[in-house]
Write a protein that binds this ligand. Structure first.
Ligand code: NAP
Length: 310
């Protein structure tokens, strides 16, 4: 049986690891449950050029590992595995980590949101090698190159528009004719001469797994059945994100899509349970904003425990 913790942090991306640094430095001996996909979204990127402090940029997995090291240097402990169940009905809170129940006075949920992928084997193999789910992070690498964006919502329109700053051409591929995107965002994309729309079209394969690099795609028109190939250098998914809150459902207040509803600062609807990062943020989703949110949650935990005399 693991002794009762002051704070248990769920997630080891930028938000969770930063919360670990702050709570460790406050002598709260945090336990971080790192999750099955340790490192969060940063572990899926290559070069990160917009995290302040790294003029030459830094590799995504290196950045997140460095933040973890920093937390461990101050005494944060890490437990590999996932939270399978949670009981927030009474204090101390109880969390089931890979079959073992752990008690804790406070919790920081920093379990992130996972990008939705098409699920094609070729797409999965080329993540970080031309396949990306973050235009803000990776657009810069496709200066003068051919870019493809998948999706028909606001994110797809905004990302396609943003990517025209870099790409020689941007093709937006959407599986039907109607869009979820709001009119204003859609109109702006339509008026952009660098964006070409391919509607009623789905991606069958991303090429070229053999070269470990995106060189093109095989597409299919769902109405006519026509199949063809198109050269592409950068392949961006913008088909939504899924917040990792399924295990807390019914206990933590979320919006209809599953994002935690903030009660101000880093507070959730349960006193003593805090949020940090993409699990609550559907707007900014950046490494630096997640790190900032981790810091906020840690400071709130510190004050909360202090007020209780711990
Ligand atoms: P979204 O609105 O859920 O749109 C997802 C898009 O991806 C839809 O067009 C959907 O197609 C498509 N899609 C989903 N799964 C697919 C699959 N397997 N294969 C092919 N296409 C697939 O997601 P979002 O654009 O990320 O937006 C999420 C929320 O954030 C929305 O509420 C949006 O308004 C908001 N947001 C707002 C702004 C803004 O206001 N500036 C910017 C970004 C996001 P179907 O339409 O056919 O289902």
């Amino acid at each position: 049986m693991i002794p009762m913790r002051n704070v248990l942090i769920i997630g080891s991306g930028c938000a969770g690891n930063t919360a670990a640094i702050y709570t460790a430095r406050a002598n709260l001996k945090p336990l971080v449950v790192s999750g099955h996909d340790a490192g969060g979204q940063l572990s899926l990127t290559t070069l990160v050029e917009n995290f302040p402090g790294f003029p030459e940029g830094i590799n995504g997995p290196t950045l997140v590992e460095n933040i973890k090291q920093q937390a461990q240097n101050f005494g944060a402990e890490y437990l590999h595995g996932a939270v399978l169940d949670a009981d927030f009905s009474a204090r101390p809170f109880r969390l089931n980590v890979e079959g073992e129940w752990i008690e804790t006075r406070t919790v920081i949920i920093a379990s992130g949101a996972s990008a939705r992928w098409l699920g094609l084997p070729s797409e999965q193999k080329l993540i970080g090698h031309g396949v990306s789910s973050c235009a803000t992070c990776d657009g810069f690498f496709y200066r003068g190159k051919k870019i493809m964006v998948i999706g028909g919502g606001d994110s797809a329109m905004e990302e396609a528009h943003f990517l025209t700053r870099f790409g020689s051409e941007v093709t937006l591929v959407h599986r039907r004719e109607e869009f979820r995107a709001s009119k204003i965002v859609l109109d702006r994309a339509r008026q952009n001469p660098k964006i070409k729309f391919l509607l009623n079209t789905v991606v069958e394969e991303v090429k070229d797994v053999e070269k470990n690099l995106v060189t093109g795609v095989r597409l299919r028109d769902v109405k006519t059945g026509k199949v063809w190939e198109q050269d592409v250098d950068g392949f961006f998914l913008a088909i939504g994100h899924i917040p990792n809150t399924a295990v807390f459902r019914g206990q933590i207040e979320t919006d209809p899509d599953g994002y935690i509803v903030s009660q101000g600062g880093a507070r959730t609807n349960i006193s003593g349970v805090f949020h940090a990062g993409d699990v609550q943020d559907r707007v900014y989703r950046q490494a630096i904003t997640a790190a900032g949110a981790g810091c906020m949650a840690a400071i709130e935990v510190e004050r909360y425990l202090e007020a209780e005399g711990h």
